[in-house]
Design a protein around this ligand. Structure first.
Ligand code: SAH
Ligand code: DHB
Ligand code: MG
Length: 221
């Protein structure tokens, strides 16, 4: 065994449980080729996200933070027939790559990328007054995580599942004296989540091919 024991176990799991098709494989390649940061969710986390989302039989999914569309593809595949996904992305280059990956996956019609700052796009979505989302995945910049969560609540109904990525950050969230604005953003989010009467929530730590991190799960009451 190598020293990368968590990565080795992830590969063991992926070989058995995560059969990636051409669209998912190609998405990972375009992220490398396009010089996007290597921060997509991992393969088995993608399948986990897909399975969690599927439990809610979603007609509408919202994602905040698209990157190359890797998590987007997993989530969109959990949609009910005729269902729709909206994903928010600040960076036009990321959005262009994700658009092409969603086309390859055959999801061009059900998944829409809105390019812009999520903190401006979320109120616009609310103002449009459409039906609420059944599943929401928060995975963009970390400083405004608390605000993203509050907008997610605004766009939810009882039973909506709100999943938030990267909430442990190699245990840096334990450092009460941190000056890292991303860690502070996650700490502020956790404080809000843990005191919220509107959701039933917990956090699961994750290890694997990515560094030690965690995912928050919240069901709207
Ligand atoms: N969900 C993706 C990874 C997202 S990485 C996956 O797992 O496959 C985070 C993404 O959020 C990056 O593409 C980044 O450009 C985007 N982002 C950063 N700040 C943002 C903002 N204010 N609004 C919308 N997107 C933002
Ligand atoms: C970072 C962002 C992510 O969404 C992620 O999954 C991992 C790392 C980052 O900004 O460092
Ligand atoms: Mg993430």
């Amino acid at each position: 065994m190598s020293n990368d024991i968590f990565g080795d176990v992830d590969r063991f799991i992926n070989q058995r449980f995560v059969k990636e098709d051409n669209a998912l494989l190609q998405t990972k390649q375009t992220i490398i080729a396009g010089n996007l940061p290597p921060i997509s969710i991992s393969e088995n986390q993608g399948k986990f996200l897909y399975m969690l989302a599927r439990l809610n039989k979603p007609q509408k999914i919202l994602e905040i933070g698209t990157l190359g569309g890797y998590s987007t593809i997993w989530l969109a595949r959990a949609l009910q027939p005729g269902g729709k996904l909206i994903t928010l992305e600040l960076d036009q280059h990321h959005a262009d790559i994700a658009t092409s990956n969603l086309q390859v996956a055959g999801l061009g019609d059900c998944a829409t990328i809105r390019v812009g700052n999520a903190i401006e796009e979320l109120p616009k979505l609310k103002a449009k007054g459409g039906s609420p989302f059944d599943v929401i995945f928060i995975d963009a910049d970390k400083e405004p995580y608390a605000e993203y969560f509050q907008w997610a609540l605004q766009l939810s109904h009882p039973g909506t599942l709100i999943i938030t990525d990267n909430v442990v950050r190699e245990a840096r969230i334990l450092d009460e004296n941190t000056t890292d604005p991303e860690v502070k953003g996650v700490q502020r989010f956790i404080e809000l989540l843990s005191n919220s009467k509107e959701v039933t929530a917990t956090i699961i730590q994750t290890v694997g091919s990515k560094y030690h991190d965690g995912i928050a799960l919240a069901i709207v009451n």
